[in-house]
Design a protein around this ligand. Structure first.
Ligand SMILES: Nc1ncnc2c1ncn2[C@@H]1O[C@H](COP(=O)(O)OP(=O)(O)OP(=O)(O)O)[C@@H](O)[C@H]1O
Ligand SMILES: [Mg+2]
Length: 271
């Protein structure tokens, strides 16, 4: 508009809500003996910048495989993923690595920290690999340690930290390069209920404070219900369900790994 000052804040604000991820007709099959295992077929969905999406589904439904494809760690058998102006199918191995480095922060169920290195050194690692000066990398890493509430653990070796603290460090390491997208595969799956709750709350806070676009695979329906959107991967198809109707739609026994029916937790609590 005439006379209006275009500031960086305005520009960022106007980009909030723009489409960031588009999945079109995605299929994944694996060879299985003489036949094929069709993991999923013709999946399509979009995400807008700033959204937080939970991916739920039974063990073996293909959630991790889907996340790997979205993070350019694996390729689909058919279909396309468009992410932040990239068409992932067309990227060379080198371009895919560059896409991951710049756009994606990964968090896994197991933290994969280097146990002999300190919390600070683990967080600084992605910056050092990018050629950042050690002093700058350590200053930025110290800021991220504060963000995840571990400023007093900077010089502890990762192997000396508790499971919850290790996952906090892993989150800081994922975000220190300031990616747009957070891909988390069962980030609280290896933690006790109370610690899982605090790590999930931290993810939710970092998501909104850093305007991330987050996809979180979880078996915890209470956590899924606290994400803005929920995708249910089931029998090779994806269905979007409203977080509010999660309990009613899915039924009570779906996510028991042991086969023993498990009850849904009350809304807002860990399972
Ligand atoms: N490289 C591969 N070759 C053959 N089969 C594979 C390969 N990777 C995954 N699978 C199979 O695909 C299926 C889905 O695996 P995936 O790890 O994506 O499931 P998931 O939904 O993440 O399960 P969980 O909740 O247990 O983590 C499994 O049956 C698995 O054995
Ligand atoms: Mg998995």
């Amino acid at each position: 508009m005439k006379g209006e000052k275009v500031t960086l804040e305005n520009e960022l604000a106007s980009n909030q809500g723009a489409e960031l991820l588009r999945v079109e007709g995605l299929s994944k099959t694996f060879p299985s003996g003489t036949s094929e295992l069709v993991l999923f077929e013709n999946l399509s969905f979009q995400m807008r910048k700033g959204e937080m999406l939970a991916i739920i589904g039974e063990s073996g439904a293909g959630k991790s495989t889907l996340l790997h494809i979205l993070g350019a760690l694996d390729r689909p058998s058919e279909g396309d993923v468009y992410c932040a102006q990239f068409r992932l199918n067309t990227l060379s191995a080198e371009e895919a690595a560059d896409f991951r480095n710049r756009q994606i922060g990964f968090v896994w169920q197991f933290h994969y920290l280097l146990p002999e290195f300190t919390a600070l050194e683990n967080i600084a690692m992605p910056l050092l690999l990018r050629g950042r000066r050690r002093r700058d990398a350590e200053r930025e890493s110290a800021e991220w340690l504060r963000e995840v509430g571990l400023q007093d653990r900077a010089h502890h070796r990762a192997g000396e930290l508790s499971g919850g603290e290790q996952q906090r460090v892993a989150l800081a390491r994922a975000l220190v390069t300031r990616p747009q997208i957070l891909l988390a595969d069962e980030p609280t799956g290896d933690l006790d209920d109370r610690t899982a709750e605090s790590v999930f709350a931290l993810i939710a806070r970092l998501h909104s404070e850093h305007q991330l676009t987050s996809l979180i695979v979880t078996h915890n329906l209470a956590f899924a219900g606290r994400c803005g959107r929920v995708l249910h991967l089931q029998r090779g198809r994806v269905e979007e369900i409203s977080p509010e109707s999660l309990a009613v739609t899915i039924g009570q026994s779906l996510f028991s790994r042991s086969g023993v029916p498990c009850s849904l937790p009350p809304s807002g609590q860990a399972d």
